[in-house]
Design a binder for this molecule. Sequence first.
Ligand SMILES: [Fe+2]
Length: 423
Amino acid sequence: MRHLLFYLLMALLTGGEDLALSYGAGTKTISAAGEEGPQTRLMVASDLHYLSPSLTDHGSCFTELARNGDGKVMEYSQELVEAFVDTVLEKKPDALILTGDLTFNGARKSHEDLADKLARIEEAGIPVAVLSGNHDLWNKNAASFSGDRVTFEESVSAKEFKEIYFPFGFEEACAQDETSSSYIWEPAAGLRIVMLDVNGAAQACSVSEDTLKWLEDQLKEGQEAGDRMIAFSHQNLMWHSMFADGYMIENSREVFDLYQKYGVAANFSGHLHIQRIGELDGFYEVVTSALSVSPLHYGEIAVKGKVLDYSTESVDVSAWAGKNGRTEKELLEFGDYARRFFLDTFYRQAEEKLAGVKDEEQKDRMADYFAWQNYRYFSGCPAGPGDEKLLRAWKGSETFFGMYLEGIAGEEKDQNRITVEFR
Ligand SMILES: [Fe+2]
């Protein structure tokens, strides 16, 4: 989100015509529930940005950083992830898949603590599979926070990432790529999952020739076996709305063509922090918004026969807090706290852009409008243009925020559920 303005400009300049999508296909009349055969239930989450509690004393430096960030509820990272782990244990899916940016800036200690939490899930008989994100490896910003001080901390390499998370996907993999951390996994008979990594690879954010060759061999094998195939990645395969450069896999067209050729039904990714569903030529990409940003989404995938249903849920931190005897108001009303945190973050950013507006009441209305529109967009529940007068005022402000609002104002479709048919 920090580079929103740059990407917005890039998108406007490039037109984003390659792999541009139609959006929010919604629920079709078919559903996995009506299919024959056993059902496989997967949970997917992305962008946890977990920070080990040993790396912060919640002093001024850390709280300022969280407050001036991109809406992540970093001050409650520990509680949020604990509540999520308990949710997984309660829901007992057939598998949990995490699509990268597991940690806040890749500190080794955060990875190790998170792996301990994931071990609790596997001990309960629920397999976990992970991918790294761009924040997880070789991160020079890995740090701890004490009072008003930042201390840089050790991050991890791709090799160390695989060692720490070996039980979570790599151990169960039925095939692994030698030149990246990509692997193939079958959480249920006849369901082949591609875990495509572009962050531990030699050239970040692109898929090498060697990996493409390996991928094609795996897809061919899956097709010949008659497997149903879906894929996961951290960065996006397609161009979603106004975010492209830095968000999409650079040579995503080649991956897309392979997925189309061999009948992969959909790709599930993250990284954007925005809830999006796109479709191109019968292929779907589902971007699950960040677990660490209100509304604290994770996805539920039900696969039965030739149909897959996807929908989002929010982590119920309040219920977790109640069960665990926590008394902090923020935790007991966490849904409201997280939404307010997001709105305040973007209200402040919008207010800064409106320094030239002298009417304080108008400035307040415009900043509030921006924050709410952005919230709806991020949560995948856009509500149309809303107050036309405020939208016009933003358009007239000649700021990038005005252009951004114009871009998202036409969005009306729900991005939170989709039904996909395997081919
Ligand atoms: Fe990311």
